[in-house]
Ligand binder design. Structure first.
Ligand SMILES: [Ca+2]
Length: 364
């Protein structure tokens, strides 16, 4: 049974939190960025617009129906003994359909091979999405075209060559499969850790079930995000991976009937990632940069005399103070560096003035 659409949004230091599990909308996309200077040209914290970071990005799948030759699959109708079968051929349900324009009336979808080809625990299917730079992620929404899995999890990277960090587990068997308790909240001071919930792992609905992972949901310090470095790091990702571990079944696969095995597979119509290009409060937009090899990637259009892909350093000669992230009360604009020799000369002259060895007039 489909549950009503429930999305809760609240603003915490400029980051929106989405929650709720069943719904057809992609929430909050399109919120405009904020300006880096006010009307009096004073620097202020700024952010790029809120977007679906996944849209149009090619997701990679470790398994796709049709890639190893035509794959017959049968649809779950929910009625025993009644199965409509079809054949998936190469290109028909490829991974690019995970992140194309989502039309819920006639969706396109990615689909795996079936249980007959060995798709089931402990064999995994991984779906990977690389952003090419850091983003502040608010939610990840997965719109299933098959029943939701019995067990799957989301992980992320925060640097290109860093490790995969678990983000969220979904399982009816949290303890047995992932060694975690089934819970939906963290404790204050221990908030950057993944949770496991069994709430969204039923075999029903057979089609159209959503899972929305709000990165700050159930984390007490979400209300003071700016003052919580571990959560600022928690929402940061350069790539995400969805690992599909175990299919949901009606238990009828144990008899080995081919038609039954062909009726179990993963299918996903849309993956949306709501977030903002991470610029540490120093840019109001991200722009596409084409490298020498023609590859396109996003970089922040840095303001406040900052530089780097995430405005994560000061411009050359603007190191008067250490680089810092902008916050609601202070933009932490990088200031022009005054060479130490000049400072030393100035200090020396002040000492000489104090000592009465030179006149005040000679000091510029
Ligand atoms: Ca699609």
């Amino acid at each position: 049974m489909r549950l009503p659409v429930i999305f809760l949004f609240f603003f915490v230091g400029g980051i929106e939190i989405a929650s709720g599990q069943d719904g057809d909308q992609t929430p909050a996309i399109g919120i405009k960025g904020t300006k880096c200077y006010d009307d009096f040209l004073r620097p202020q914290r700024c952010k790029p617009e809120f977007e679906n970071v996944a849209f149009g990005l090619q997701m990679e799948a470790t398994n796709t129906c049709g890639d190893n030759g035509p794959t017959e699959y049968c649809e779950q109708t929910g009625v025993a003994g009644t199965k409509l079968c079809d054949v998936c051929v190469a290109g028909q349900h490829q991974a690019r359909y995970l992140t194309d324009r989502h039309n819920q009336d006639s969706p396109t979808w990615w689909q795996s091979e079936t249980m007959l080809e060995g798709i089931q625990w402990p064999n995994q299917v991984n779906l990977t999405l690389r952003f090419g730079k850091a983003f502040d992620i608010t939610y990840i929404r997965i719109w299933f075209w098959s029943p939701r899995p019995e067990s799957f999890y989301i992980s992320k990277k925060t640097t290109a060559d860093g490790p995969w960090i678990p983000y969220q587990y979904y399982s009816t068997t949290c303890r047995d499969t992932y060694g975690l308790p089934d819970m939906q909240h963290t404790r204050r001071g221990d908030e950057a850790r993944p949770l496991c919930t069994s709430e969204y792992s039923d075999i029903s609905p057979l089609r159209g079930g959503n899972v929305v992972f709000g990165t700050l949901e159930g984390r007490p310090s979400a209300y003071s995000l700016d003052a919580t470095p571990e959560l600022l790091e928690w929402v940061t990702a350069t790539e995400i991976m969805i690992t599909l571990d175990r299919l949901n079944t009606f238990g009828d696969e144990q008899f080995g009937d081919e038609k039954v095995l062909k009726s179990y597979f993963y299918a996903i119509a849309d993956v949306a990632v709501g977030g903002k290009c991470k610029c540490n409060g120093h840019a109001s937009e991200c722009i596409d940069l084409v490298d020498d090899y023609g590859a396109k990637r996003k970089v922040c259009k840095c303001q406040h005399n900052t530089a780097g892909p995430d405005c994560n350093e000061c411009l050359h000669f603007y190191n008067d103070a250490p680089w810092s992230r902008a916050n609601t009360t202070h933009a932490h604009e990088c200031k022009r560096f005054i060479p130490s020799e000049k400072i030393a000369t100035s200090a020396r002259q002040k000492i000489m003035v104090a000592a009465g060895t030179i006149s005040q007039k000679v000091i510029p």
